[in-house]
Design a protein around this ligand. Structure first.
Ligand code: FPP
Length: 247
């Protein structure tokens, strides 16, 4: 299975919009919460597979700012699932040399969730393999709005010349400031939207959409996405001739 991907050209950072848990459950005649529980299994599989092939950063959209508008029952179940999964899997993260990190409005999460997250981040902070970034109560516009506010504050306090502001001055206030931009963004379940995820960071990412529902997404599907990425020509605004010129 692994032979279909080129191990010398693995994206350093993969971001995933894990979608379709609800539809997966409905198809099985089950409650949405069951879909999320099965989604956790896919999180585990994909995280371990990504670390194994040398991905350095894996960012998972686990809960968006807009997800707070779901019925209380579902929001609570998702938060509980987060707490129990982080607790249960911290040892697996350590075993696999994976460092846990988070982006989003962490203070808005229930206290138990914040506690578990903090303790797992602390326990894995020396790990040097892959960094698993959970996007929790996250949205790209929320993140950019906060970055702009911080930058404006700095500009005002230090009387900065506004014309001297560059993109990197905005980036230093993004929650992803310590991570490179993702080369590959995957969305499952057939929806072709970005849904307020990493808006700034995906400027040049390759987008990969699949009909597979998140709980069904496995190692082979991850390899398919990486294979598709490896067949793309990343031009960053240049022409194909410029890229292929032998110097
Ligand atoms: C989208 O499916 C999925 C979510 C909103 C939550 C994703 C959460 C998990 C996979 C579990 C927790 C994660 C971790 C990292 C422990 P949907 O509910 O929007 O599906 P639908 O579009 O079919 O209704």
């Amino acid at each position: 299975m692994m032979s279909k991907i080129d191990l010398t050209n693995i994206p350093k950072h993969i971001a995933i919009i894990m979608d379709g848990n609800g539809r997966w459950a409905k198809k099985k005649g089950s409650l949405r919460v069951f879909g999320h529980k099965s989604g956790v299994k896919a999180v585990k599989t994909v995280t371990e597979a990504a670390a194994e092939i040398g991905v350095k950063y894996l960012t998972l959209y686990a809960f968006s700012t807009e997800n707070w508008n779901r019925p209380d029952l579902e929001v609570n179940a998702l938060m509980q699932l987060l707490v129990s999964t982080i607790k249960k899997e911290t040892q697996t993260l350590i075993k696999n040399n994976i460092k846990l990190d988070a982006i989003g409005n962490i203070q808005s999460l229930p206290k138990a969730c914040q506690r578990e997250l903090k303790s797992a981040m602390e326990a894995t902070k020396e790990n040097t393999g892959m960094t698993l970034v959970l996007a929790l109560s996250y949205s790209g516009r929320w993140e950019m709005l906060n970055a702009f506010k911080s930058l404006l504050k700095e500009a005002k306090e230090q009387d900065l010349d506004l014309d001297s502001i560059e993109a990197k001055d905005i980036e230093k206030y993004l929650m992803t400031k310590n991570f490179p931009d993702p080369e590959l963004l995957i969305r499952t379940s057939g929806e072709m939207r970005i849904s307020n995820f990493l808006l700034w960071q995906i400027a040049y990412s390759e987008l990969y959409f699949t009909d597979v529902l998140w709980p069904d997404f496995g190692v082979d599907n991850l390899y398919d996405a990486i294979q598709a990425y490896q067949q793309r020509e990343r031009r960053f605004g240049k022409t194909s001739e410029q890229l292929n010129k032998v110097s």
